[in-house]
Structure formats: structure tokens, C-alpha cells
Design a protein around this ligand. Structure first.
Ligand SMILES: Cc1cc2nc3c(=O)[nH]c(=O)nc-3n(C[C@H](O)[C@H](O)[C@H](O)COP(=O)(O)OP(=O)(O)OC[C@H]3O[C@@H](n4cnc5c(N)ncnc54)[C@H](O)[C@@H]3O)c2cc1C
Length: 379
């Protein structure tokens, strides 16, 4: 057993803590208000060679491990949840399927652009009538004269306005159910492809969430990702990795809530004492600290198993489920500790609370994750 980060991971954590505090945090409230996508931050991250962090150096990545990915997501999310989800989706939903299932040619052509930051990574799975039940995908692809013709729509897709291409799923054989779903790499400027950035969201305002409309979009035969009929299996594998990212994001937001609440509890006085003097407040902070530590350990364990090449479906589901519930509870209590000021924008904890809410929904709702864990423990 070894609970220490490696020297590389410690260096990365130090660098990311500074980057988050100095570059990401200062504009986070303003971006939340104006819904401005943090493009400048990502230009700097590209210069730091972070955009392809866990991918092979052969395609321009940094060849780092999944724990390093979790560290970067946690630190970004501690400063700004929108920046955290943008990065997490870029790597684990955009880049990972290309890295896992792409041909050499596809990796050189597409993954390299993700690693350099030339394109953001995105992944189109969810549809208006197929979210948790992704087997109900209706977008379809038909092969005609060596071109796949794709028709349908996708909803809630992260980063697509800033992606030059993305992987998406479509039905290629209706008779085969979930085994008739195939993944394709689709350029976002293909004729008939429309990306709509029009959602009014509760939080994560400066992240990009889009609707995709595909009307007779044609892609060459070689744009199929992996084998025909394996799209469903591929996205289950992709989401296992993505859940490490969402878990890390939850830890980052929960940590930010804890830090603000502790600082406030020490400064604010009531009944002649600082709030931190009251045991009721101390217990809230102690619970937050304990739960954040446990959530982080679980995220790291899932990442460690993944890097060892071992099965991590159950642990990634547990990490994401537990950490997202910790983030909700920590942000809720952080508002409580701030009293009326916690309800005001100026004190930031309301932003953390709004941003955290997505974590119980995206990449597997809490109900679906409990189903996954139940299945994994043999129910
Ligand atoms: C901001 C944001 C970003 C997103 N980014 C992406 C992205 O980049 N790519 C992408 O493909 N998708 C993305 N999504 C979609 C997200 O993954 C889905 O919203 C999520 O999987 C839930 O699907 P749904 O919204 O259709 O809800 P539904 O599946 O309709 O679920 C509604 C409710 O029913 C419950 N439920 C459903 N089935 C069961 C069951 N069997 N047992 C018990 N309860 C059940 C759910 O838990 C939930 O509480 C994003 C969503 C948001 C809000």
C-alpha cells in the first residue's frame, strides 16, 4: 500500500493549484454571469501540454496516468466548475474513445488535434428520448456508395460548439437493438450538421452545452469508430473513465465549498464568538472534511485500478456517485454556514451549489449508478 502521490503527480498538483488560483479563479464569477466560454484558459493549458494529458506522446499527448487527470480536473473545478467540466469532457468523452477505439490513421488525424488543443473533444450519446436508456438511440446511419448518411439529433452535448469533429452514436441495424449501435467521427462543419448553443442552465454557465441536428450528414466509410455494432459497448467503457473525471470534479467543488465555509466561519462573529467556535458549525466542517477525503480516496482508487489495467467499473461508479453526493451536501452546508450571505452571488458558494447539481445527473444519474453498483456486486 502507498497513499503518497508520485513526485510527478505532486509537481503537477502544485502547478495546477497555482494555475487554478492565479489563472482560473479570478474570472470565474464574471464568466458565470456572462456565460463566456473560458477559451483563453485553455490556450494556456495547451501551452502547458495539458490538453492531451493521458494520451500517448505519439499523438501529441503527455502520456500521464489517470490519477494525474483526476488531479487536473479537481484543481480546475475547485476554481471553476465550468472549466472543470470542459476539460473533463474534452479528455474523457472527446479524446478517450478515439484513443481506445480509433485506428492509427484516425488517431493521427483526430486525437492529435485534441492533444494540441486545436479542437475541443466532445461525445454525442444522449438524445431527446434516449438518456439513461441510451439503447433507445434513434439517430440512424445508412451506408450508401461508401458514405454513411446520418440523420437524427442529440441533446445536452458538452463542448460541441468548440469541436471541429466529435464521436457520436447512431443505429446501423435496428433489428439488433443495442448491438445495432455504431460510433462515427463526424466533422462539425459537415453539410447538414447544426450545433445549437441555446440552453438556459441552472449552473456551469460558462461551459458549452449544445443540441446537435443531423440532416443527411455524410461521412466517409472510414469515419466509423471501432467496429459496426460496437458503439453501445464502447460508450459504456468510455463512461467508466468519464466517471473518474466527474468524481474529481465533485471533489474539487466540494473542496472549494469547504475552504470558503471554513474561512467565513473563522471571520464571522455572532453572540460574541467566531462561528468556528460553535460546535454545530465545527461538526458541519468536520463532516465536510471527512467526506471530501473519502471521496478523493475513492476517485484515486478508481484511477489507480484503471492504470493497472484492472476492472474499475464498480469503483468508478462508486467514486462518481459518492463524490457527487458529497459535493451537494458540502455546497449546501457551505451556504448554511454563510447564512444570508451564502444566498448572495458575491460569496461564491451559491455558484458552487448550482454547479454541483449537474454531477448527480451527467454521465450516469445517481439512480443508474446504483443500478451499476448493484449489478457489479451480483444483485
Ligand atoms: C450540462 C449537461 C452536460 C451533458 N453533457 C453530455 C455530453 O457531453 N454527452 C452526452 O452524450 N450527454 C451529455 N449529457 C446528458 C446526460 O448524460 C443525461 O442527461 C443523463 O444521462 C440522464 O439522461 P436524461 O436526461 O435523458 O434523463 P432520463 O434518463 O430520462 O432520467 C430521468 C430520471 O429517471 C431516472 N431513471 C431513468 N431510468 C431509470 C432506471 N432504470 N431506474 C431508476 N431510475 C431511472 C433517472 O435517474 C432520472 O432521475 C449532459 C447533460 C447535462 C445536463
Amino acid at each position: 500500500m502507498n497513499f503518497d502521490l508520485t513526485s510527478e503527480q505532486l509537481m503537477l498538483k502544485k502547478m495546477m493549484t497555482e494555475f487554478a488560483d492565479e489563472v482560473v479563479a479570478p474570472g470565474a464569477d464574471e464568466r458565470d454571469r456572462t456565460k463566456q466560454f473560458p477559451v483563453e484558459i485553455f490556450k494556456q493549458m495547451a501551452e502547458l501540454n495539458l490538453m492531451g494529458l493521458p494520451f500517448s506522446e505519439e499523438y501529441g499527448g503527455a502520456g500521464a496516468d489517470s490519477t494525474s487527470f483526476a488531479i487536473v480536473v479537481e484543481e480546475l473545478s475547485r476554481a471553476c466548475g465550468s472549466t472543470g467540466i470542459t476539460y473533463s469532457a474534452h479528455i474523457s468523452l472527446g479524446g478517450a474513445p478515439l484513443s481506445l477505439f480509433g485506428t492509427e490513421e484516425q488517431k493521427h488525424k483526430y486525437l492529435s488535434k485534441i492533444c494540441s488543443g486545436e479542437s475541443f473533444g466532445a461525445f454525442g450519446l444522449t438524445e431527446p428520448n434516449a438518456g439513461s436508456d441510451a439503447g433507445g438511440t434513434r439517430t440512424n446511419a445508412v451506408l450508401k456508395d461508401r458514405e454513411w448518411v446520418i440523420n437524427g439529433s442529440k441533446c445536452f452535448i458538452t463542448n460541441a460548439s468548440h469541436a471541429s469533429f466529435l464521436a457520436l452514436t447512431a443505429v446501423t441495424d435496428k433489428e439488433k437493438g443495442s448491438r445495432g449501435i455504431t460510433a462515427f467521427i463526424v466533422p462539425t462543419d459537415a453539410p447538414g450538421f447544426t450545433v445549437v448553443d441555446n440552453y438556459e442552465k441552472l449552473g456551469l454557465h460558462s461551459s458549452n452545452t449544445t443540441e446537435l441536428i443531423l440532416e443527411n450528414v455524410q461521412v466517409p466509410e472510414e469515419n466509423m469508430l471501432g467496429k459496426e455494432g460496437e458503439g453501445f459497448k464502447q460508450f459504456l467503457i468510455t463512461l467508466d473513465g468519464g466517471r473518474i473525471g466527474i468524481g474529481a470534479m465533485a471533489v474539487g467543488i466540494a473542496q472549494a465549498a469547504h475552504d470558503k465555509a471554513l474561512q467565513y466561519a473563522k471571520q464571522r462573529t455572532a453572540f460574541g464568538n467566531s462561528l468556528s467556535h460553535f460546535q454545530a458549525i465545527q461538526h458541519k466542517l468536520a463532516d465536510m472534511a471527512m467526506q471530501i477525503e473519502l471521496a478523493r480516496n475513492m476517485v484515486y482508487k478508481a484511477a489507480w485500478l484503471k492504470d493497472k489495467g484492472r476492472k474499475f467499473t464498480k469503483e468508478a461508479a462508486m467514486a462518481k456517485l459518492y463524490a457527487s453526493e458529497v459535493a451537494m451536501s458540502a455546497t449546501h452546508q457551505a451556504i448554511q454556514i454563510h447564512g444570508g450571505y451564502g444566498y448572495m452571488r458575491e460569496y461564491q458558494v451559491e455558484r458552487f451549489f448550482r454547479d454541483a447539481r449537474l454531477l448527480e445527473i451527467g454521465e450516469g444519474t445517481s439512480e443508474i449508478l446504483r443500478n451499476v453498483i448493484a449489478r457489479e456486486i451480483g444483485c
